[in-house]
Design a protein around this ligand. Sequence first.
Ligand code: FE2
Length: 256
Amino acid sequence: MSTAAPLRVIQISDLHLKSQSGTRLWGVDVDVSLNAVLECIQNRHPQPDFLLMTGDLVGDDPDAYHRVREMLKPLGIPAYCLPGNHDFPAVMSRTLRGDVIGRKQHFVVGNWQFVLLDSSFPGTPDGHLGYAELALLDTILALRPDLHTVVCLHHNPVPSRTSWLDTMMVSNHAALFAVLDNYPQVRAVVWGHIHAEFADVRNSVHLLAAPATSVQFKPGAPGPQVDDVPPGYRWFEFHADGTLRTSVERIKPVNA
Ligand SMILES: [Fe+2]
């Protein structure tokens, strides 16, 4: 592992905010839950380089993006987002422009690059990567073989081991991996959507999901079932030599 300071990134996902405060999702107050997660991040990781937001920033409410921005603003940390199946990609790009949260599809920090793909499929909850997304990924990887690469999206591209969620996984996951398999600089694929922690490795590439900042779903349950673990986030250290460290952290149980 390199001795230079690593790039420090925090992934949050599945905020499901509404335009009114106090909204509950499966019994969880999504504002209270997000604020508790952000406070935990500030206490444990005061100076990350940026936040990565992997979709479902709002819960089917295009007017809630303003609230996402206002709740993130006090952190003073740059944030980059991509859309999930409960988002509105065009409204997201228009509303989250610049000052607090940016909708970039590609950016470079040091000798790492990040590619943020849109896996949402309009009108359905399903995951799919359109031709333009896969072509963009292929082009970026071909142009910069020198940069360690993290690919980010909302839906899981591999089975999460939770059958009802896996009906929505990226339908053309084989096409995604056909691209990734051509480029040895890919270090990780990162997503949200499953409202649970996930970690695996495929051909030396880390496959990672973060828990939601809102409700947690019980892994392995046959249908949507609330898990009683608290919400959380995933932290990363990306080192100059291409290695990475990562783990999930959760807030203390709200009613403890
Ligand atoms: Fe979600």
